[in-house]
Design a protein around this ligand. Structure first.
Ligand SMILES: *[C@@H]1O[C@H](CO)[C@@H](O)[C@H](O)[C@H]1NC(C)=O
Ligand SMILES: *[C@@H]1O[C@H](CO)[C@@H](O)[C@H](O)[C@H]1NC(C)=O
Length: 132
């Protein structure tokens, strides 16, 4: 039992410390289904340590005017899969500012302007993800 616990807990523990953004060309969930995007709780100025913390998966067609519980103002980095587009809004109900992210890695949402003075770190409150 003790061994089992260690085996299960270790990957979770290291996930946050040694995070690495997944490639847009190979973005799948834990059971191998193709994702539209994966959004992460943390970012890092060292890009090879970005995409840390817990994550939220978006499938093709996922339309969330209201974030899943606990996810408002929480996302700090993200990856959009090839041939997919993630549209985000700064306020729930698809209000406030909006921005479209095409396929690629966004290591720090902080680096993307949101309105005149803001940025997108911890500012996503609606999203819509589609793939062609
Ligand atoms: C995105 O923001 C622009 C500028 O405020 C606005 O004109 C447009 O309608 C918005 N698009 C969506 C889909 O909310
Ligand atoms: C993003 O926002 C959170 C909450 O305000 C903050 O703790 C974190 O340092 C911010 N990240 C960056 C890269 O600014």
């Amino acid at each position: 039992m003790k061994l089992l616990c260690s085996v299960l807990l270790l990957p979770l523990f290291f996930e946050g410390l040694l995070a690495q953004c997944p490639a847009p060309s190979n973005l799948v969930n834990d059971v191998g289904e193709k994702l539209c995007a994966r959004m992460f709780e943390h970012s890092n100025m060292y890009f090879d340590q970005s995409c840390g913390g817990v994550y939220l998966d978006a499938m093709n067609g996922d339309d969330f005017p209201y974030m899943p519980s606990g996810w408002g103002n929480k996302i700090s980095s993200l990856v959009v899969a090839n041939r997919c587009t993630l549209k985000v809004w700064s306020k729930s109900g698809k209000a406030g500012n909006n921005r479209t992210f095409n396929a690629g890695v966004v290591y720090q949402l902080k680096d993307y302007a949101n309105g005149l003075f803001g940025d997108w770190n911890d500012s996503i409150n609606s999203y819509y993800c589609t793939c062609t």
